[in-house]
Design a protein around this ligand. Structure first.
Ligand SMILES: NC(=O)c1ccc[n+]([C@@H]2O[C@H](COP(=O)([O-])OP(=O)(O)OC[C@H]3O[C@@H](n4cnc5c(N)ncnc54)[C@H](OP(=O)(O)O)[C@@H]3O)[C@@H](O)[C@H]2O)c1
Length: 290
């Protein structure tokens, strides 16, 4: 039995959709009201912060897909699930982690994921880290600005970003959970697109048939914009650290993990933009800070 946590989030939901038809998948939900749509999956109700809810959910489980939101409490919460998994005799722990995972990272996001990866490694349960780079889906946060102004702004200069479609991260996780030989491995998962924001603008412009401009702004201007848009201050600080990281040459790179693990090519950014062309052209994207 495979237990999928974080199943109501976009990545966990994608994985549950891919694996549900196998008939040996259980999703862990905090809220029974969210149990619709998990066709073919068993549902268990539990919460990492309430350890007494976890043994029942883990009964008969040999593999766990571990996801929880980005938050200060990430390692504390995931630590409780890892302890319960160890007690339940789980044989493989697969984490959705980040390409930035590093306990010594200047970025909180990197440190939090690094701490969680380390807890998995210390558990003694065979582990796999799926260290995803930036989801293409994050760039939808520029759609409304593009529709309204013909461009988008960021303190990116000529930095490059490696992108992966979140559905390819899910496909990698599904293949790891159902395949063999992945124990003890850490995969950095990227697509085939390593792009400057000028190139991102050109691709979006080509797809929607209208010129799209990337406007480089200062970190201070960006920070003010994030706060104005309602982003929590810690997250706005974190975004500046992300852009600082992306502006430095060589920090982003491409890997062949999607091909290697799923046997097919990763989705391209241009195809993703084509799927979302109406939002990039007309706006209406729900603002996300993911
Ligand atoms: N966006 C990116 O570019 C990117 C890149 C690399 C890695 N990642 C990582 O990918 C992971 C998945 O992201 P996502 O956006 O798909 O997920 P997400 O939206 O952060 O979803 C979090 C999930 O955790 C569940 N959860 C929250 N608190 C919980 C608790 N106390 N006990 C049990 N479950 C709890 C939520 O359930 P409820 O519905 O009950 O709240 C939800 O299903 C994240 O860790 C993120 O850091 C993202």
């Amino acid at each position: 039995m495979i237990l999928i946590t974080g199943a109501t989030g976009p990545t966990g939901a994608d994985i549950a959709r891919l694996l549900g038809p196998r008939g040996d998948v259980r999703v862990l939900l905090r809220d029974p009201a969210k149990s619709a749509g998990f066709d073919g999956c068993e549902v268990a109700i539990g919460d990492f912060s309430k350890p007494h809810t976890l043994p029942g959910a883990l009964e008969g489980v040999d593999k766990v897909l571990l996801i929880s939101p980005l938050a200060e409490s990430m390692a504390e919460l995931q630590g409780k699930l890892i302890t319960a998994a160890k007690q339940a005799g789980v044989k493989h722990l697969v984490r959705i982690s980040s390409a930035a995972a590093d306990v010594a990272s200047p970025r909180r996001i990197g440190r939090w994921h690094g701490e969680c990866d380390r807890l998995s490694e210390a558990s003694g349960i065979p582990f796999t880290h799926i260290r995803a780079c930036n989801f293409m889906q994050n760039l939808l946060s520029f759609a409304n600005e593009i529709a309204a102004t013909g461009g988008f702004s960021a303190p990116m200069a000529d930095g490059k970003i490696s992108l992966v479609d979140r559905r390819d991260v899910a496909a990698v996780a599904a293949a790891v959970l159902t395949g063999t030989g992945h124990e003890g491995r850490a995969y950095v998962v990227t697509g085939d697109d390593l792009l400057t924001y000028d190139e991102v603008a050109a691709i979006i412009g080509r797809v929607i048939g209208r010129e799209v401009q990337f406007r480089d702004i200062t970190p201070g201007q960006a920070h003010a914009g994030f706060l104005e848009a309602g982003m929590p201050p810690w997250r706005a600080d974190e975004m500046l650290l992300l852009y600082d990281y992306l502006r430095r040459p060589g920090n982003c790179f491409l890997t062949g993990s999607v091909r290697e693990i799923t046997g097919r090519a990763p989705r391209r950014f241009e195809d993703y933009v084509r799927e979302q062309a109406a939002l990039f052209r007309d706006g209406g994207a729900v603002r996300s800070h993911a």
